[in-house]
Ligand binder design. Structure first.
Ligand code: 1CP
Length: 335
């Protein structure tokens, strides 16, 4: 069985399998080339041939244990009918949000090319490499839909959730419906693992209601249809107390740790039936050298104590030298 799937099945694999969040992206010159050819980020996402190529680039260059589908968490708002654009050099921009006008069906138009990417990647995947599909978690996707783009604080989304909980709940339900269609299609097309990115979990004021419950609902429905597909949840910057409940109550097979999480605490305290993933500081990967090696060693020590997937605590930064990633993989494989 593929090392990543063994680790997700509860086995301590030595050395641990490794992949990196945002491993396909702007730090790779070969990505920049394909991106320029596609002429725009969304064109790249919706061109299965090119999206499959960039999905496989880091696997070919570094020999990762997993490929992660090249797409974005903001495809779900677009499936729901919200306008989406990526202006060059700026972040994503979403159009005005009208919850009652969001689509309830007909999600396939935007999802189909992404499913086709999954199919193409699967055909070309090296034998021991697993294919990860993904979506944003409902809370994080709702944050972007309300703010209309990125934010350091997501104050408007937080305010909305506090002051209009019934409308917020309706929005979360719509996101869950579209996300299920999106993820089920990915699984049918060949995704072997699903990761739910909850990048803004740390900004949620009612963690139980808006992070844990919607995630648990998604996991339960996916598991009832696809009991063998492992699910990784990544509640970034959630407090220790919230992380602990997340591991117990969402039903995920694996909890992703950001770099703020203390590894002794996590190894001792997070739900024993979960595999852990993480959590090298992306800043150490930029710096490289002794500092990076020490950070990697510390994680490898913990990876001997529990089933583990080596990863960063957040995505690869665009200024990361690709040689550092090669050195990182070599160090992990050397044990
Ligand atoms: O110009 C470009 O090439 C755009 C940069 C880029 C890339 C490479 C964006 C825009 N999205 C992606 C791909 C992507 N996004 C992947 C697949 C690639 C891989 O992992 O190898 C994945 C898993 C994501 C997930 C994603 N998109 C998240 C969750 C992870 C995280 O970083 O927290 C989030 C928050 C997004 C939204 C998004 N998409 C793109 C940007 C610049 C952003 C962040 C916007 C913001 O908050 O300001």
């Amino acid at each position: 069985m593929k090392p990543l799937l063994r680790a997700l099945g509860g086995e301590i694999v030595t050395p641990p399998p490794v992949w990196l969040m945002r491993q396909a992206g702007r730090f790779l010159p070969e990505y920049q080339e394909v991106r320029a050819k596609a002429g725009g980020f969304l064109n790249l996402v919706y061109s299965p041939e090119l999206a499959a190529e960039v999905t496989l680039q880091p696997v070919k260059r570094f020999g990762m244990d997993a490929a992660i589908l090249f797409s974005d968490i903001l495809i779900v708002p677009q499936m729901l009918g919200q306008q989406l654009e990526f202006a060059e050099g700026e972040g994503p921009k979403l159009g005005p949000l009208e919850i009652d006008k969001l689509k309830k069906e007909g999600f396939e138009e935007h999802a189909k090319p992404v499913w086709e990417t999954v199919r193409r990647v699967k055909e070309q995947l090296p034998e021991n490499c697993a294919l990860i599909g993904f979506a944003g978690s409902p809370w994080t996707v709702a944050c972007y839909m309300i703010e209309g783009g990125g934010s350091d604080t997501f104050d408007n989304a937080r305010q909305f959730a506090r002051s209009r909980p019934a409308d917020f709940e309706k929005l979360i339900d719509r996101i869950i419906t579209a996300t299920l269609v999106y993820l089920e299609g990915q699984i049918e097309a060949g995704a072997e693992v699903i990761q739910l990115f909850d990048s803004w979990a740390g900004k949620c004021d009612n963690f139980q209601r808006w992070v844990i419950e919607p995630t648990a609902a998604l996991v339960m429905i996916l598991k009832s249809k696809y009991p063998k597909i492992p699910i990784i949840g990544f509640p970034r910057l959630a407090s220790q107390q919230h992380m602990a409940s997340y591991g117990v109550y969402t039903g995920v097979n694996c909890v992703g740790l950001d770099q703020s999480i203390d590894l002794d605490w996590a190894t001792q305290s997070l739900a024993r039936r979960t595999t852990l993933q993480g959590n090298l500081d992306p800043e150490l990967l930029i710096r490289g050298g002794d500092e990076m090696r020490a950070g990697v060693d510390k994680i490898l020590q913990h990876a001997k104590q529990r089933p583990w997937i080596f990863n960063l605590g957040h995505g690869v930064d665009k200024t990361t030298p690709p040689e550092h990633v090669a050195e990182l993989i070599a160090q992990i494989r050397a044990g």
